[in-house]
Structure formats: structure tokens, C-alpha cells
Design a protein around this ligand. Structure first.
Ligand SMILES: [Zn+2]
Length: 410
């Protein structure tokens, strides 16, 4: 009996590892763009250097409570840039495939396999679009009319391949990068040269992640890898000169991948010992989502701190207060208040069972801007909605605005 259960455990382990290994990111285009922009775009270079110093300062400030024990949730929009197929076929991948890909991404960031650390960062498909309308977080766009897209896919900026110009694809569908992490699912990148790439966190027209449709899956290692770049993780072999030499690692906070618990190595070194150093936990690098090794299954504590140090500064910090995934955890009903009618057309009433007189109400739009505010002067307050545009809003009311409701203007 014991033998049988051990056998089952081994089979389960093998299945799990096999699943992980299918997702390796052996062809990531991130560094092509990064190196090119560092050399040619001085504004970009300044942004990266400033971000590095902010992240390093946060990194060294371990007392900062924001770096630990708070679950961050990032709203995501997925743009499916297909070739004209019907929904669910070819590059026009199905909604369920996308939902499963995001679930798989979350499993990896939350360390469901227990082989690394829980980054305490999750991703949610947007439920509210930039106009305040409800959405499934997926935009489908036929990109076949863009020059070179059908033949060769997209070209990361700075790359000489003959695909479509990057912004010609991204400009077809982009939501504000301050409120949503944008993912473009594409047919190909440089005629099959890459499976994904991401922009380091600098905002702007290039911000977000590009992934081929065949890698946007629940068992993808490419998706966590590219999101890692999006939150400022480098490859574990960063600084190897293109698999030429062991990365310098004099000061692990500023050399190599700038993470101290991922020993420096060369890109193709994935074996049982690390030819670059015997120091540190080698498995942290060779099994890392940010390596190019055939089996990847973990982020490390050092990477977690770097990701979270990045998440709390611009340009990623605004994602943490985005309402793109809706008023999660917010009650639309309360035994202290009722808010009606909801949806509303011209007025909304706040009726309270407790004395609210002298407290305030605020209506926010989906990017957190105050639209209407006022003082509660009776037990039955009427808020005129005036020419508020149609959409979903948040209404906060009561002492210190502690109660928040989702209200819909029709
Ligand atoms: Zn990469």
C-alpha cells in the first residue's frame, strides 16, 4: 500500500514537473528592446536608472511594510490580435484559454507548487473598462490588415526583423497603462524568433507584454517570465555577455540580475553544478522562471522583494489603486444604509438607519477621480447625477467614507 502511494506521488511529481518544463522561455525578446533603447533613447535610460535607484532604496528598506504581507492585485487587459479567425480558433484564442492562462500565472506568482516563494501578487482580468462599462477583460482585434503582420507577426522595436511595426499593432488596442497591465496576444513575433517579450516598467506606448497565442496557456512558463520583466526582474544570467562569461557578482544588489539569492550563471548553464560559482542555492537560478533552463518552477525571496519594491513606485504603483477589476470586496448593500435606485438615471438616494448627518459622500470614477462630493444633511440624501456619463462608479459614504458601494449610471 505504501509502495503504491509512493508510486502515485512520483507520478504526480513527474506530471507536475513535465507541465512546468513545457513552459520554458528560451526565446524572449525583452533584452533586444531594452539594450537598444538604453543605447538610443536617453529618456528611457534616465527612467531605468531612476527606477533602479528607487527600487534599490526600497529594497534596502526592509522595514517598509508595503514590501510584505499585503496581497496586491493587478488588473489585466488581454488584446487578442488575431488574423481574422473566428473566436476560439487559431490565433483568436478562446476566453477559457485566456482565463486559464491568468489562473496559471497566478499559481506561479502565489507559489502553489511550494517550490519557491509566494510573491503575494495576483492578476485579474479587468471587469470594468476605461469607460466604466463592464467587460470580460478581453479585446479581440483583427490585425491581418497591418502591413507584414500576417506574414511575420509583430517586430519588437529596435529589432531588424520584417514583422509589423510594434506600435502599429499596439495602437489598435491599448487601455491606459496606468490602470491596466496590457497583454497583447499575437500570431508571431519576428516570424517565430521569439515567444514573448515585455517592457520594463517605464509606462508609455510600449508598456505591457507581448506573447504568442500558443504560449498563452495555463502551463506557460513564458507568461510568468515576461510578467517578471514587466515588474523589473532581469534574467538570472543577466550580464553573461550573451552566454560568453560568468556575470560579475561583486555586489549582488547592483550586479547581474540585482537579486542576491539567485547565483550568477551563464544562460546555457542549467546542469547539476554551476560552473560560475558554488556559492548560494543553485536551484534558485537554474529552476527560476527568469532563466532559460528547460525546467522552471520558482521565484525567490530576493525576486519577491524586487517585484514588490517595483510595484509601489511609479509607473506600477497606480495599478495598485486601479478599479479595473471592480470594487472587489465591496458590499452593495449594508444594514446601515441603502442606496437606490441602482442602476440610477438622474438621482440616487442614500437612506440611513444611523445618524450620518455631518458626514460626507464622494462619487469616484473608474480611475479614482472624485466626480461628485457633498455633505449629508438629512436621513434621506438625494444626489443629483446631472450629466454624469453612463458607467460604473464608486460611492463612498459615512464616517471617514468607510462604506463603499458600486453604483451604475444608466
Ligand atoms: Zn526574458
Amino acid at each position: 500500500m505504501k509502495k503504491a502511494s509512493n508510486f502515485i506521488l512520483i507520478i504526480i511529481s513527474l506530471l507536475f514537473f513535465q507541465m512546468e518544463s513545457m513552459g520554458q522561455s528560451a526565446q524572449c525578446g525583452t533584452d533586444y528592446i531594452h539594450i537598444n533603447r538604453m543605447q538610443t533613447d536617453s529618456a528611457y535610460r534616465t527612467q531605468i536608472l531612476n527606477l533602479e535607484s528607487n527600487v534599490e532604496a526600497n529594497n534596502q528598506n526592509h522595514a517598509n511594510n508595503n514590501l510584505k504581507s499585503t496581497l496586491y492585485t493587478i488588473p489585466v487587459v488581454v488584446h487578442v490580435m488575431h488574423l481574422g479567425e473566428s473566436t476560439g480558433t487559431g490565433t483568436n484564442i478562446s476566453e477559457i484559454q485566456i482565463q486559464q492562462a491568468i489562473a496559471g500565472l497566478n499559481d506561479r506568482f502565489r507559489n502553489v507548487n511550494a517550490l519557491g516563494v509566494d510573491v503575494e501578487l495576483e492578476f485579474c482580468l479587468a471587469s470594468i473598462d476605461p469607460n466604466g462599462n463592464s467587460t470580460n477583460g478581453i479585446n479581440r482585434v483583427d490585425g491581418s490588415g497591418v502591413v507584414n503582420y500576417s506574414a511575420n507577426g509583430i517586430t519588437p522595436s529596435g529589432n531588424p526583423c520584417s514583422g509589423a511595426i510594434e506600435t502599429a499593432i499596439k495602437d489598435l488596442s491599448r487601455w491606459p497603462v496606468s490602470d491596466y497591465y496590457n497583454i497583447w496576444v499575437v500570431s508571431e513575433i519576428c516570424n517565430g524568433s521569439f515567444v514573448g517579450y515585455a517592457s520594463y516598467p517605464v509606462g508609455g506606448l510600449y508598456d505591457g507584454l507581448v506573447i504568442v497565442s500558443t504560449s498563452m496557456t495555463s502551463n506557460s512558463g513564458t507568461l510568468p517570465h515576461e510578467v517578471g520583466h514587466g515588474f523589473f526582474l532581469y534574467h538570472t544570467f543577466n550580464g553573461d555577455g550573451g552566454n560568453v562569461s560568468c556575470p560579475v557578482d561583486t555586489n549582488c544588489l547592483i550586479d547581474g540580475d540585482r537579486v542576491c539569492d539567485t547565483p550568477p550563471h551563464k544562460q546555457s548553464d542549467c546542469g547539476t553544478t554551476n560552473p560560475c560559482t558554488l556559492a548560494g542555492v543553485w536551484d534558485n537560478s537554474r529552476y527560476n522562471y527568469m532563466a532559460y533552463c528547460p525546467l522552471v518552477n520558482r521565484f525567490t525571496q530576493g525576486q519577491k522583494v524586487r517585484i514588490r519594491a517595483t510595484a509601489i513606485v511609479a509607473p506600477r504603483a497606480s495599478l495598485l489603486t486601479s478599479v479595473g477589476c471592480g470594487p472587489l470586496g465591496i458590499d452593495e448593500s449594508s444594514n446601515m444604509f441603502s442606496v437606490f435606485p441602482n442602476p440610477a438615471q438622474s438621482v440616487i438616494n442614500i437612506k440611513s438607519n444611523i445618524n450620518l448627518i455631518g458626514s460626507f459622500y464622494v462619487i469616484y470614477n473608474n480611475i479614482g477621480q472624485t466626480i461628485i462630493k457633498g455633505e449629508i444633511t438629512s436621513d434621506d440624501t438625494i444626489i443629483e447625477l446631472g450629466n454624469l456619463s453612463v458607467g460604473i462608479y464608486l460611492l463612498s459614504v459615512g464616517e471617514n467614507l468607510k462604506q463603499t458601494f458600486k453604483v451604475i449610471k444608466e
